[in-house]
Design a protein around this ligand. Structure first.
Ligand code: SAM
Length: 404
């Protein structure tokens, strides 16, 4: 279950679920055998985020009910038994079962993947969890799930191999069905915006070859992005890497604007030096959601970096794993220094401010990497040096940076 390049011999693999060339990537596919580092990051983010999200927004929901939908669920777990997103979320649901009811809807189109998914879901139901496996395309089941989510907070995870829900389905249908409320009626989406699809489909714009499927493929990308704006972004980018960044950001900001949400875009790679496999884009209408997601993303990156370590080799004198903690400490030191600089710049601009009001500026340059503990360390350093009166104690979001 990874998104490596090889699977993209059909760039419109998941465009609409209807193209004749689509292949079913079922649980017997080599991609469902064991997972790569990119999936480690994706799953670590889910694991780190859904529990705090459900704990927070479910507080005022009747019966502590929170709805989770996984629109492109896959088989649930890898062949080697490693949990896929459904298995991970069911574990999360079990962990919070005493105080939250996470109603989990897993939608999967592939026949074999669905079979394996239903077995997992049956096991979960046997343990008293509220879980449903729905067979078919997410577009077909969305209404029913949105109906079931009325009156409760909703978290949707959309993780296709190629392009996923159309821009309109996401903004008008999914978000649109929910009103603009937050808290008890919060709506959040985490989606996989596929860089391989952008590179392949974007490449058609500059390719002299005219294949019969080219116009439909380009149009499908328009539908996914909410218009043809991405074509200019692609054409005017220096290279495909820049195009991927600009188009992911253009997509996130357009969705954010349409639904009144803030967003995160997290780059996901299989190795630090690899090209981006996809962006994970998170939308939330609440400042707390965006803050919590930043924490989750930062913690997940630690798991990802560990997963990128080469396998241990007993014959080697030095092993990369031995220096992992030292390198993490070095990284943290760099982040704290960068945050200190950001805070000092903000002090010059604003005089007094609260950390929680300036998340993006405080974390500029280390967004998605550093987290609360690094901010606290930076504030404490500044206090020790007599540069602020704020001691760095208490809830980090509430810290008020005052003059010394
Ligand atoms: C990347 S895999 C999902 C991996 C899973 N989310 C995980 O992390 O373990 C994408 C899955 O979506 C399924 N799929 C593709 N198009 C779909 C659609 N329109 N509706 C529902 N499922 C779809 C594919 O069969 C495939 O199993």
């Amino acid at each position: 279950m990874d998104e490596s390049d090889e699977i993209f011999d059909d760039p419109v693999l998941d465009l609409s679920g209807e193209s004749a060339g689509e292949k079913e990537l079922d649980s017997s596919s080599p991609f469902f055998v064991s997972k790569k580092a990119a999936a480690v990051l994706k799953h670590a983010i889910l694991k780190q985020y859904v529990v705090p999200f459900a704990s927070k927004v479910g507080r005022y929901s009747p019966g502590g009910r929170v709805v989770y939908v996984d629109g492109y669920a896959g088989p649930g777990r890898y062949e080697d038994g490693t949990p896929g997103s459904p298995s991970l979320i069911l574990n999360s649901a079990a962990r919070i079962a005493d105080f939250r009811q996470l109603d989990c809807f897993f939608i999967e189109r592939g026949r074999k993947s669905y079979r394996s998914l239903s077995t997992l879901v049956e096991e979960a139901r046997g343990q008293g969890l509220s879980a449903y496996a729905l067979r078919g395309r997410v577009e077909k089941h969305l209404d029913e799930v949105l109906d079931r989510a009325q009156g409760a907070p909703l978290f949707a995870f959309l993780d296709p191999f190629g392009l996923g829900l159309s821009f309109d389905a996401l903004t008008k249908h999914l978000f649109g069905s929910r009103g603009w409320a937050t808290g008890r009626l919060a709506t959040e989406v985490l989606l996989n915006f596929n860089a391989n699809a952008v590179r392949r489909i974007g490449g058609l714009l500059t390719s002299p070859k005219d294949t019969p499927s080219k116009p439909a493929t380009l149009q499908a990308m328009d539908v996914a992005c909410g218009g043809p704006w991405w074509r200019d972004e692609y054409r005017t980018s220096r290279d495909p890497a820049e195009a991927v960044e600009r188009i992911a950001d253009g997509f996130a900001s357009r969705v954010g604007k349409a639904v009144g949400a803030g967003y995160w875009t997290i780059e996901v790679r299989n190795r630090a030096h690899h090209q981006i496999a996809y962006h994970l884009v998170h939308f939330s209408r609440h400042r707390d959601g965006l803050w919590l997601f930043g924490e989750a993303a930062s913690l997940a990156q630690v798991e990802w970096r560990r997963a990128c370590l080469p396998p241990r080799n007993e014959d080697m004198l030095f092993d990369a794993a031995d220096t992992f903690d030292e390198e993490e400490a070095e990284r943290a030191k760099r982040w704290v220094n960068r945050i200190r600089q950001n805070i000092e710049d903000l002090q010059k601009q604003l005089g007094v401010f609260s950390i929680g009001d300036r998340q993006a500026e405080v974390l500029a340059g280390v967004l998605g990497e550093a987290r609360e503990k690094h901010i606290r360390a930076a504030v404490k350093d500044l206090y020790k040096e007599g540069k602020t009166g704020c001691k760095g104690v208490g809830d980090v979001r509430e810290l008020r940076i005052t003059p010394p």
